[in-house]
Design a protein around this ligand. Structure first.
Ligand SMILES: [Zn+2]
Length: 111
């Protein structure tokens, strides 16, 4: 896994919608006037599931926590929460923070 320190997303210059992918078009209004933005590292778990059987390059990672994390600026993204040893402790609303960017799956979070 290659790790980078910045958590890069995109902001739309037209409607100010922020999202966690680096895209050329805004998924909210369709504008192509977007630019990269650094997103806040802190977030909360909005929803999650524990994946016991992963497929493809995720097979060796399972079991793992797959979560929708909402950052401080209300950007939601689907991500993996790393470093969880007891899955029964994971709760909606838990505070997590950006750990790094995995070249295959994108941003990864941790407690
Ligand atoms: Zn937009």
């Amino acid at each position: 896994m290659s790790v980078t320190q910045t958590f890069t997303g995109t902001i739309c210059n037209h409607c100010n919608f922020k999202f966690a992918e680096v895209l050329k078009g805004c998924p909210s209004c369709g504008s192509e006037s977007t630019e990269k933005v650094d997103l806040k590292e802190n977030g909360t778990i909005h929803s999650f599931t524990v994946v016991y059987v992963g497929f493809g390059h995720m097979a060796t990672r399972a079991p793992y926590v797959l979560a929708i994390v909402q950052t401080e600026e209300n950007v939601k993204l689907t991500t993996v929460i790393e470093g969880v040893t007891d899955f029964s402790t994971v709760k909606i609303g838990d505070k997590v923070r950006f750990k790094g960017t995995d070249e295959k799956i994108g941003p990864v979070f941790q407690y």
